[in-house]
Design a protein around this ligand. Structure first.
Ligand SMILES: [Zn+2]
Length: 64
C-alpha cells in the first residue's frame, strides 16, 4: 500500500442515514456493505452510490 501524502478525503466512518440497510444474515448484503464502507473510506462517491443501488436492488428483488 502506497503512503498517501496528498490531500485525503474527509473521514466519514459511516454512510449517510438514508443509505439502504443490509438484511440481517444475508451474506450478499454484508459483502455489499463492506464494499460500500471501503468505497466511503477512499472517498469514492460513485462506488458508494453503486453499492447503495445494489443493496436496495438485492433486497427488493431477492428479498434476501
Ligand atoms: Zn441481501
Amino acid at each position: 500500500m502506497a503512503p498517501q501524502t496528498t490531500m485525503s478525503p474527509p473521514v466519514h466512518l459511516s454512510p449517510p442515514a438514508d443509505a439502504p440497510r443490509p438484511a440481517p444474515g444475508c451474506d450478499v448484503c454484508a459483502a455489499l456493505v463492506e464494499q460500500r464502507r471501503e468505497a466511503y473510506r477512499r472517498g469514492d462517491r460513485s462506488a458508494v452510490s453503486d453499492c447503495n443501488v445494489e443493496i436496495a436492488a438485492h433486497r427488493g428483488r431477492d428479498r434476501c
